[in-house]
Design a protein around this ligand. Structure first.
Ligand code: SAM
Length: 226
């Protein structure tokens, strides 16, 4: 059973004030890189795993996707997503990605932004995503970088990490880089591109607070093909 921390009132209030919550994709520094790893979404059937406020769902439709299904376990996040979406081709479902089953071969693109590091049973989800994609379909995701989920001495020990980020006792799952990639490979995906997002020198000059992300990237970005 997932912790569903986004339905914790204090956590949600803090999360809703983050720049990426207020400004959406434009407020996410890794978005230009993640976007460059996406296929052309025109006419594609898209599923967004952990869609949050639905920023990507709306972007995908504006970029020409045929339909978008946004999945999230948090009622708080889905309420905001529905309030800010007026598009009959975007559907939101409340679902726990630990156990979700999706209709077979019904999507061309599966996308997930900063959600997979919450999941215990990532192997099951990767299997479900593989089955849900049509042949040649793409899976593009970001997750907190392994050096971010485990900044200390225990990098090789995969498993839960408890942090006090926006609320006390937030549980995330640490995996090594090899752990993520091998789960994808074991599920049958072909890995196409991997990025460890960190700011450029120019971005650090503009945002000195991002300097730590140059030493220890905060985001892992992966593009794979079914
Ligand atoms: C950091 S937010 C990212 C939201 C959105 N993808 C974005 O990038 O703006 C993580 C999201 O994952 C969702 N989430 C976490 N665990 C989940 C689970 N087991 N099943 C479904 N959604 C989950 C949370 O409710 C939250 O909306």
């Amino acid at each position: 059973v997932t912790q569903n921390i986004y339905d914790n009132a204090g956590f949600f209030a803090g999360y809703a004030q983050l720049r990426r919550s207020v400004d959406g994709l434009d407020g996410a520094p890794e978005w230009p890189t993640l976007k460059s790893m996406l296929p052309d979404v025109r006419s594609k059937r898209v599923v967004d795993l952990g869609c949050g406020f639905g920023w990507f769902c709306r972007w995908a439709r504006e970029a020409g996707a045929a339909s978008v299904l946004g999945l999230d376990v948090s009622a708080n996040m889905l309420t905001r997503a529905r309030e800010t979406t007026a598009d009959p081709a975007i559907t939101y479902w409340q679902a726990d990605l630990e156990t979700v089953e999706l209709p077979a071969a019904s999507f061309d693109l599966a996308y997930s932004s900063l959600t997979l590091h919450y999941l215990v049973n990532l192997a099951a989800l990767f299997g479900a995503v593989h089955r849900a994609l049509a042949p040649g379909g793409r899976f593009v995701f970001s997750a907190e970088h392994p050096l971010y989920t485990e900044p200390g001495p225990d990098y090789l020990d995969e498993g839960p990490r408890t942090t006090d980020w926006l609320a006390k006792g937030v549980v995330k799952q640490h995996r090594t880089l090899a752990g993520y990639l091998n789960l994808l490979i074991d599920a049958g995906f072909a890995v196409r591109r991997v990025e460890e997002w960190g700011p450029t020198r120019d971005e650090i000059a503009a945002h000195p607070e991002w300097k730590i992300d140059h030493r220890r990237p905060s985001f892992l970005l992966v593009s794979a093909t079914r």
